[in-house]
Design a binder for this molecule. Sequence first.
Ligand code: IVH
Length: 694
Amino acid sequence: MSAPREAAERVQALRDEIERHNHAYHVLDAPTVPDAEYDRLFRELQALEADHPELCAPDSPTQRVGGKPLPQFAAVRHAVPMLSIKTETDTGPSGAIHFDTRVRRALGLGEDAPALEYAAELKFDGLAISLRYEAGILVRAATRGDGETGEDVTRNVRTIHRIPLRLHGAAIPELLEVRGEVFMSRPDFERYNARQRERNKPVLVNPRNGAAGSIRQLDPKIAAGRPLSFYAYGLGETRDWPLPESHSEVLDALEKLGIPVCEHRTVTHGADGLVAFHASILALRDTLPFDIDGVVYKVNSRALQERLGFSTREPRWAVAHKYPAQEALTQVLGIEVQVGRTGKLTPVARLKPVFVGGVTVTNATLHNEDEIRRKDVRIGDTVIVRRAGDVIPEVFAVIKERRPKDVEQQEQWSLAKAVGNKCPACQSAIERAEGEADWRCTAGLYCPAQRKQAILHFASRRALDIEGLGEKLVEQLVEQEWVTSVADLYDAGRINAAALAGLERMGEKSAQNIVDAIEKSKTPTLARLIYALGIRNVGEATAKDLARYFGDLAALMVADAEALQRVHDVGPVVAESIAHFFAEAHNREVIARLEQAGVRGRAEPRQAEARAVLQGLTFVLSGTLPRLTREEAAALIEAKGGKVSGSVSKKTDYVVAGEDAGSKLEKAHALGVAILDEDGLRRLLETQVEQPSG
Ligand code: IVH
C-alpha cells in the first residue's frame, strides 16, 4: 500500500528543512532555527516514518543514529580507482623544490616559463573514504581498500554529522563521488578516552586508529558513539556536473554543496610558494585540533593534471610533503620509577636523548608493569618513542630485531624488584591491589613525592589555576616543610611575599605575583575544587557530575556510597574512593582549613529564565553519550524544567540515545518517539524560546 500523498510530501519537506538546519549547525556553525523547533521537526519526521515504513529513505536525517550490526561489509568496486600519492620524505624545502622541478620538466617548461599555479592543502591523518551521491543523496560510502575495491561502510559513515546525507543548493549533479578523509579530532579523542577510562573501558591508542576502527565496526552504533569528522580533498566519478577548471575551484564547489572542506588551504605559485605554505602550516601544526603528517601540493589546473597523467599508481601532479615524524628510534638506558599524586608508581624509561617532532626527549612513560611486559621492553632495547601534541612521550614499541644477545638473557622487569619493595621517595611499603594495574605507595600524604604532586595538581591550570606555582617552587616548599598540605598555601604566616622572596630563583616581583595568584584562586567553581582535591578516580568529568549533583562540598562530604552511586558514571569503585577520601580525618581537616581561609567552590548558577523551556517534556536517557554523562544530561534537562524518566512509553517525548542504547532505543523506534543524539539534546537545551503549550 502506498502512503497518502500528503504524508509523502510532508516527509520530504521535513527532510529538506532538517538537513538545511543540520548543515547550518554542523558545517557553518551558525544555527538557523530555535532548537526546540528543530526537534519538533525531527520528532514529526520520525513519527511519520514509523507510521509509513515505505517512506523510509537513506537520506533521512533519522538514519544518523545507527542501526543493527552487519554480518560483514559488502565489496565496492571503485569506478575511478582511489590512488595514493607519492611522498616527499625530505622534510626540508627540497621536498617542494623537487616536486616543482619534476612537474616543470614533465610539462617541458623552460627556465623562463612562468611559475606554475599550485593548490596546497593539509595531509589529514585518518582513513580515506569515497562518498557517492546520486541525485544529491548519499547512497554509498566506501573505504579505499586496495584502490580498486573497497568496503561498503555506508551505515557507519551516515552517523558522521558533518557529512551531509543530501547535497545542498540548486545545481545538484546526477552523480558525484567525493573523496576525502575521515578523522577524529584530538579534543574529541581525548574526551572519548577520558570517559572510557572513568568507566574502566578500553581506550583508543591514537586518533587515527580511533577513526579507522570506528569505520570498520560492523555495529554502526559503535561508530555513532565515536565523534568523527571529515574533510574532502578530491573527486571520484561524476556525471552531469560542470567540472570547474581547477582543483581549488572543485573544493570551493564541494563546499557550496555542503561538503566540509578544510579552511587551511591556498592557491600559490612556484616552489617558493610551496615552501612558504609548508613552513606556515608547520608553525600552526601544534595548534590544529587534529593530526596531520604533512601537506599536499597539487597542480591546480585540471587540464595540466590531465597532461601530466599517472605513473603506475600515482598521479604526477600531486605529492605529499612530510613533516618531521612524531616518532623516533632510540635506546632504553634504564627504567626508573616515579611516584605520582595518588601514590601511583609509574615506570619511566630513561632514554638516549633523541629528537622527536621538534623537541629532545630523554624520558618516556612506560605506563605500568603490565604494559612493560606486554610490549616486552628491556633495558638496552631499541624502541619507538612517540609524542603527539603536548602529551607526555611514550615508549610505543620495541624493535625486537635489534635486541642485543645479552639483553635477550635479561629477566622480565618487575616493579617490586626494581624498587626493593619500597616507595623510592619515602621508603614506605608498596602494594598492588587485586585486579589493578598499578603499584602504589601506601604512605599517602606522608610521602613527600605524593605531597609534592598533590600540591602541583591542586595548583594546575584545570584545577585552582595558581599561576607560577611550578615544580621547582613546590619542591622547595615541600622539602623545607613550609607546606605539608594544600591548606598551608593559604596560611599567610608561612606563605607571604617576604618569605617567598628568600627562596632560590625568586625575585620580589614574582613572589608577590604568586601571593596574588593564591589569593585569586579562592573562588573556583565547585567542580574545579572537587577535582583539585585529587580524590583517586575522580577526574574532571566526574568532578563536574558530582558538583552538579550535590551542589556544595558539605553535601558531597557526607554522601555514602549508595548516594554517590546515584550519580551517573559513579560505580562502586569510584564511590568507594570518594567515601574513603572524606572518611580520612586529615582530608577533612585540610578542607576545614581551606574553608577558614576563604576557599569556597561556587555552584554553577542555574538560568532561571531558561528553566521553562523543557516544561512538560519527558526524556529517557539511554546508552552512553559521547561527551555528557547521564547525570550531566539529566541535570541539564531538569535545570530547564524537563523530566527524566527511566522507561520509554507513549508519554515519552524524547529518547536521548548514545552508544549501546539497546532496547530503549528499539522501543522508541517502535512507538515513534523522537530520538535525539547528544548534539540534538544540546540544541534543544540551548534554545531560548518558550515551548508553546500543547
Ligand atoms: S589526494 C589522486 N589530498 O593520503 C590523489 N590525499 O597517499 C589522491 N590524504 O590515502 C589523494 N590528505 O587518504 C589527497 N589533502 C589530501 C590528503 C590526502 C590526506 C591521504 C589519502 C590517501 C593518502 C595519499
